[in-house]
Design a protein around this ligand. Sequence first.
Ligand SMILES: [Zn+2]
Length: 231
Amino acid sequence: MKNLLLSLLPPSDLKQLESHLKPARFEQHHVLFEADEQIRHVYFPTGAVISLVVTLSTGETIEAAMVGHDGVVGASAALDGKISLSRGIVQLSGEMIVCNLEALRSVALENPRLLALLVRHEQTVYAQAQQSAACFATHQVVARLSRWLLRARDLSGSDTLPFTQEYLAEMLGVRRTSVTVVAHTLQAAGLIKYARGKIQILDKDGLEDSACECYGTVKAQYEKLLGGSAR
Ligand SMILES: [Zn+2]
């Protein structure tokens, strides 16, 4: 299994779920669910990267958490959360294993290991959201963009990321002009190369030096809770 959570399940547990798991491909910007909407499926990304974003009445959005092959999207609904608290949007195209919500719930209720895993994963999403709040309030845009690109790189396994400046501004909750300035700064330092709608990471270690502590903090929290995460 190319999804960390599914790979952590013992074969006997996985067998119970198997008939309810279906692989499917999702394209960038596809909305999986809106905030306040009832969630009907649970998604285990194997290649796709998902953003959980909060939308304000003014139309602005900001990302609270990023989930990829080290996680699951919509599991809180399977744990009886019923509705989503954020919008789930495909940030990078790729495959996910889609699971029927009721099936996951009934298997999880009979299976303490699966239940514990899903609860621990929800904690990692919560940890990301609270880190994002602290990050937004305290850290410079250049550090936040570096952090964000590193996480996207870890989850996609690629140094080339197809993001427009508008999209980055939306995810970081800043003006597009701020993204232009910091992208230019990172490019001048030789850390990234920015061409129309595409970012190439040239120096991962340098980008880590430029990122705020939040990148390492979230990574450590995943490791603590799930025992190993990003590639
Ligand atoms: Zn930060």
